[in-house]
Design a protein around this ligand. Sequence first.
Ligand SMILES: [Mg+2]
Length: 287
Amino acid sequence: MSPRSPDPARQSSPWSADPVTAAADIVGRVVLVDPAAAAVLSDLDGTLATIVTDPAAARPLPGVPSVLGRLARAVGVVGVISGRPAAFLAEHLAGAGDRVQLVGSYGLERVAGGVVRLDPAFEHWAPRVAEVTARARSEAPADVLVEAKPATVVLHWRAAPDREAWCQAAAERWARQTGLELVPARMAIELRPPIPADKGTAAASLAAGCRTVVFAGDDSGDLAAFDALDALAATGVSSVKVVVGAAETPPALLARADLVVPEPAIWLQILEHLADALEQAGRATIS
Ligand SMILES: [Mg+2]
């Protein structure tokens, strides 16, 4: 497959007949060319886990660890790239096995050999992240959820939509005062160090040397990974950009999709079809 811009024909919805199989074929056509040289990468929340009001309560859908493990036995690189702390990924995706690459905190953390490693550049920013976390905890209205992550802090207004303006204003003020960057998310805003690591650097790193790459996401933070796939496509790598859609899906993300699927459960089914196809093709080399 040659490098290309998004092709409207490939974006057309496959949901008319046997939709999961049709969508799985779009992904499989790329991955099955040379599975050992393929990267299958996915976001977690909203992509392989249903979005819930309390982010701490979100879990990968049942079946996710199993299918990631099956894919990792047949495909060159399988990875989950998330805004979640890497320790969360390691805990809840433990069943996937060591072959599945886990990148957390938007590329700032990685699990290697069972150990979480933070980007070395973070040390300089740690006091400022701690300062903003403390201020958010003391100043935020009670119905705003302040989520402290290993390297960032997030203000969530999903439980109190009328707090959006307060959260935006506070985050902008703290960002100006500390030099932290703002990352918009679904009914939330994150403050993070301006370290050049994001889902795009993570995707490019994991897919390095691969002939084909698939990435699925659902949110603005996933645009960087789509940028990375486009950059790889410009060098001849075949790519499929998957958007797991919902009413809140950012239009900018949808506009970049090669394939849109309606919900995490369907993306899981597509991955299961892909794992079945790889195993049926006798390409699962190690049990
Ligand atoms: Mg997500």
